[in-house]
Design a protein around this ligand. Structure first.
Ligand code: BG6
Length: 498
């Protein structure tokens, strides 16, 4: 691993994202020894005029680490590594001061061999990305003679449609090279998302099955059981498609659908993801259902007549040899009946079924991303049970005696049971570590981003122009009934329980 001084600069340090995600992730990395105090220093930068201690006090309550033997002592030591600098996002003065402070720290560590590394984390709204990047480029780049690097990390939303995203990309692209830019999609840091390629390409089971001959449909679902909660103003400008589907769910789709990369080099993996995105056909209006939960507009920051969807089901179709004819049903919603993110791969029915038990549901492979990470397969097996109340399928229940009957069962890998005592790292933790290590595999490349916007921009424009309206749904429900009807029409068969 690289050595030498590492400065991590969190811009937007007094904001929500920094407080809830960035600093806690840094703290977890610190507790595991990934941020050695003799090499690392952390700077918070924002407009608010506060002291170092003010910032430390603001974030202290969010630093939780169940892997640490003495969490509060660790938190205190970690907080001592943080210094605050205040300044504007477009003026020279603040960034000159920031550079001075970083350099001071680098000089104080100069007894160490090695280069100096500067990681700028923009926990900021994208409207200020261009000016902040300009300031960093002008005043705050790594100047060490011993080498090292300057990298920037940016968060979604990267634009609002194809044009604005491309504009943003070119503005940043004029200042930094692609290998210096880390576009975070935190879904790519989730344990089971990171597992997808291994699962698909290291298991003989899946190789012959993973195609249109065997798979009937794929559903990728995100549900939250709470509404926009204080983020109404932000959310209303973007809506569920820009907030969740165009990025998080589409990234998952890429990993489910892509061809095997020629190697695990980040560029080769991202090449394959781009190909999938470029093969997606234009979305048809009749394959979209939009919803808005009742009560959404009661939020004072949301306009009374808002047309913004808080729920959407969108069917994507991939035009290639592997996937022609297989619907990818992407579904996301706020204020629903549960909190869950999962991938459900439904296989086709067995031809020439002699057991007459197709009603019990299909073979299905489910990857539950959260909560309670798990992978399980639904299979049909010979039944041991004859308790007709345990299954809602009287026609397929075993009769007393030795008759053959079948039941649907699971082959289950639940992470909490299988890996007891092992803490699954937070998405942000892994991704920040990747930025320090210089591994771009789990970050979105510029051409990927462009292709993702190309898919959704026409639909988003129709929604923005009021040509498509969301259907109201009750808070705590499954979303509009029309969405279930659409999934069923696409071939999805609702399975039972589990
Ligand atoms: C964010 C969205 O990207 O992801 C939020 O902006 C959403 O609206 C969040 O709540 C969900 O993340 P997770 O990791 O809790 O599923």
């Amino acid at each position: 691993p690289e050595t030498g001084c590492l400065s991590i600069i969190v811009l937007g340090a007094s904001g929500d994202l920094a407080k809830k995600k960035t600093f806690p992730a840094l703290f977890n990395l610190y507790c595991q020894g990934f941020l050695p105090p003799d090499e690392v220093y952390i700077f918070g930068y924002a407009r608010t005029k506060i002291s170092d201690d003010d910032l430390r006090n603001r974030i202290r309550g969010y630093l939780v680490n169940d892997r640490s033997a003495s969490p509060s002592e660790d938190a205190s030591k970690f907080l001592q590594l943080i210094q605050y600098v205040s300044g504007s996002y477009d003026g020279a003065e603040g960034f000159q001061l920031l550079d001075k402070e970083i350099t001071k720290h680098e000089i104080s560590k100069s007894s160490q061999e090695g280069s100096s590394r500067r990681l700028f984390y923009l926990a900021l709204p994208p409207s200020v990305y261009p000016s902040v990047c300009r300031m960093i480029r002008k005043y705050c780049m790594n100047k060490s003679d011993l080498g090292g690097w300057t990298r920037i990390v940016v968060e979604k939303p990267f634009g609002k449609d194809l044009d604005s995203a491309e504009q943003l990309s070119s503005q940043i692209g004029e200042l930094f090279d692609e290998p210096q830019i880390y576009r975070i999609d935190h879904y790519l840091g989730k344990e089971l998302v990171q597992n997808l390629l291994v699962l698909r390409f290291a298991n003989r089971f899946f190789l012959p099955l993973w195609n249109r001959d065997n798979i009937d449909n794929v559903q990728i679902v995100f549900r939250e059981d709470f509404g926009t909660e204080g983020r109404g103003g932000y959310f209303d400008e973007y809506g569920i498609i820009r907030d969740i589907i165009q990025n998080h769910l589409l990234q998952v789709l890429c990993l489910v659908a892509m061809e095997k990369p020629v190697s695990l080099k980040p560029e080769r993996i991202r090449d394959e993801k781009v190909k999938v995105l470029q093969s997606v056909l234009p979305i048809k209006d009749e394959e979209v259902v939009l919803g808005q939960y009742e009560g959404y507009r009661d939020d004072p920051t949301v306009p009374n007549h808002s047309n913004t969807p808080t729920f959407a089901t969108v069917i994507l179709r991939i035009h290639n040899e592997r996937w022609e004819g297989v619907p990818f049903i992407l579904k996301a919603g706020k204020a629903l009946n549960s909190r869950k993110a999962e991938i459900r791969v439904q296989f086709k029915d067995v031809p020439g079924d002699i057991f007459k038990c197709q009603k019990q549901g299909r073979n299905e492979f489910v990857i539950r991303l959260q909560p309670s990470e798990a992978m399980y397969m639904k299979l049909t097996v010979s039944s041991l049970v004859h308790n007709s109340t345990s299954l809602d399928l009287p026609a397929c229940v075993k009769q007393p005696g030795l008759e053959m009957s079948t039941v649907q069962s699971e082959l289950d890998l639940s992470y909490r049971q299988r890996y007891q005592g092992v803490t699954i790292p937070e998405a942000y933790e892994r991704l920040i570590l990747d930025t320090i290590r210089g591994d771009q595999q789990h970050f979105v490349r510029r051409d990927e981003l462009k292709a993702a916007w190309e898919i959704f921009t026409p639909l988003l424009h129709r929604i923005d122009n009021g040509e498509m309206k969301p259907i109201p749904y009750r808070t705590g429900s499954r979303g509009p009934a029309e969405a279930d009807e659409l999934s069923a029409k696409a071939g999805y068969v609702q399975t039972h329980g589990y």
